[in-house]
Design a protein around this ligand. Sequence first.
Ligand code: ANZ
Ligand code: ZN
Length: 815
Amino acid sequence: MDERYDPKSFESNWTARWEADGIYVAPRKPAKGRSKRFIMGMFPYPSGDLHLGHVENYSIEDAVARYWRMSGFDVMHPIGFDAFGLPAEEAAMLRKAEPKEWTLRNIDEMRASFRRLGLSYDWTREFITCEPEYYRWNQWIFLKMLERGLTYRKKAPVNWCPSCKTVLANEQTQGGVCWKCSSTPQIRDLTQWYLKTTAYADELLDDMASLSWSDSILNQQKNWIGRSRGAEVLFIVKRGDDTFPVPVFTTRPDTLWGVTSLVLAPEHPVASELVSGTDVEDTFRKFLDETRLKSEVDRQSSGETRQGMALPAIAINPANDEEVVVWVADYVLMGYGSGAVMSVPAHDQRDFEFARKYGLSVRPVIQPEGDTLEGATMTEAYTGPGVMTHSGPLSGTTIFPDTKEGIESVIDWLSANDKGHGTINYRLHDWGFSRQRYWGTPIPIIYCDSCGQVPVPYEDLPILLPEKADFSPSEDAGGPLANVAEWVNTKCPSCGADGKRETHTMDTFFDSAWYFLRYCDPGNEDVPFDPDLVAAWGPVDQYVGGTEHAVGHLIYARFFTKVFHDMGLVPFSEPFVSLFNQGNVTLDGREMSKSSGHLVEAAETIERFGADAARTFILFCSPPAAPYDFPADGMAEIGRVAFSWLSRVWRVLSLVDDSAMSQDLERAVHRAVKAATEDFENYGFNTAIARMMELVNEFSKLKGPVPRVAAETLLKLLAPIAPFITEELWHRYGNESSIHLESWPTFDPALLTEKTVTMVIQVNGKVRDTVDVDVDISREQMQELALASDKVRPHLSGEPRRVVIVPPRLINIVV
Ligand code: ANZ
Ligand code: ZN
């Protein structure tokens, strides 16, 4: 075989053959007595072509799936498409095509790329979420959640993206901007559908202990759920003869005697009542409008920019019946706690900055040991431990805020005296999942004048999305579906009178919150999945994806799994046992992005070097969890690093014979197997490839045919990374069945220890000779051998001045 390495001549043939033979099709259920592994990359959104960043993600999951398959597991490695969502609508509007057409065309393109990359997907399980066969189950799940009181509709202030023209979930406005278009969302009062994720807040927090996920993601989830223990304390606000009860949430009830004002969120309903009919009403309205244009992040950021105004009212501090002033301020959020804060400038930095800005008094009530704080001279809030002072019956109590020591006794006192009670507050909000857009799952609800909100009966599912609609977004919160009269107008399922359909659709994150379960039973026409099959395959053993879904998708999927668990549909309560986050692949330090054309296209790479080289390069260039910045001459680099090495593999391994391995070669092979196996277990693909490179170097030293057992072992180690070249060579050796169905090579520990090593002999630091020596060689023997070498002697003029010996590998003679 003296052909050149020409991957194009065989790569595509193998893809077709693997599919025809169904070698990656998972059994309906794992076979009895065999262990299963369920591996999945994050649900791909069909945006069209792939770039090298995608290739990394897919190559990692594919290498693991292949390694597990060869290691004797029944492996399920499925694929499908997350096909609803805004981009389809936008692209469709630009190009005047139907969103469905655009989406399906992209999916075709993406499928072709996946096949071209040689990904070992079980295509028999594929589904597309915009097909009614899938989204009808979103509707089914919605109705089940409704029955369980886990979905409901309410009017509330929500984030509205003025450019996407839809409501955004909190998770979609992290950092204060829309996740899709980076516009600053506005706050609007709208009626939306919510999922009660907060009902599972404790479980979501507590079950994190069982997950093999990165600390960074777990911490983000923990902070997002934000459980804090504290007290609810009741203040009474008075304006003239009117009184309004205003509960506040505080984590520091021990500072209650240091309260110098009650501060309401501008959106707090009591605030509007307090100003109504007064001469500050207009000023207040203006302040409210301005605040609503700010993002939550801005409202909470720096002290300088915090804004507030005094209200014509006073509040009674329940601890000592003292009157304090009432303010509104932008840093108090309506969506947290009760939307009201008992302000303690002496011990809370935000309150302190606010008090200094507006000249409100500062009254310390926690005194640190050996010091006496004075409100007038403090330069920042004191948040450390100390003793309660000027605090009525509780004076003298020692408080450690970090450990909460002492605070529980204050809560007990509040309860005993009917002034408040202990409570737990969460930062997590229920998930607002209805969207004012066309391209999503219709929500199966009908509104009837006499019956109100009526769920669509199960037997009427699916409620199909109308094929044609004017899906240009509108300012009207009904969304585009509201304009499709023949779709909206229907009969009430309960009384038969005229009714109207819900015109909001579901956020696409609804689809991806349970898709992994559907993979276990994709064709089911009676239920979303057969619990028996989900029990057999689930949960997902390895999930692979980026870190951007830390608090959105990953929380929703965990929530859905917990609900299904409580419904008796799945036997586990966590969907993803282990999560691997690949590092970001950038180009010249910037994120690769299709819209800006700043990317390296997978197709171009494959066209030039073949899929194996693209995969090998991306797995070799850096540890998979580390970021990788693709160099400007990256294409050449792929050629230099991956293509040329694979060409070498092709050349060196082209000639095999049935000779036995020498002891040394056998040892090298077993060492490579051991090291590569450990590397594969730890996602160390880059080091595994380095091992294989070393082994190929050993082979090339033979300067002739490679013993077939040795060559086949190398091919098996390389198969998960470069599936094509390994299959091709394997068949050229005369094997009939696929290398990808072979067992992972094993090693014999007894063969691992080296008996001989190569000793390098230098004169004045220059290599003059190499000799194979016993590992246990003595220093004297090394020196003897060196001085006896024919290649060394000519360079030794006179007596050596010094001899440096590093047994057993190096001797340097200085003359
Ligand atoms: C008085 C106090 C005194 C507070 C003190 C802290 C320190 P975490 O830990 O995040 O739960 N707070 C309550 N509701 C708020 C809202 N809607 N917007 C902004 N801030 C709000 O924070 C709890 C603390 O955040 C609460 O405890 C309250 O300030 C403030 F020395 O009450 B604290
Ligand atoms: Zn009705």
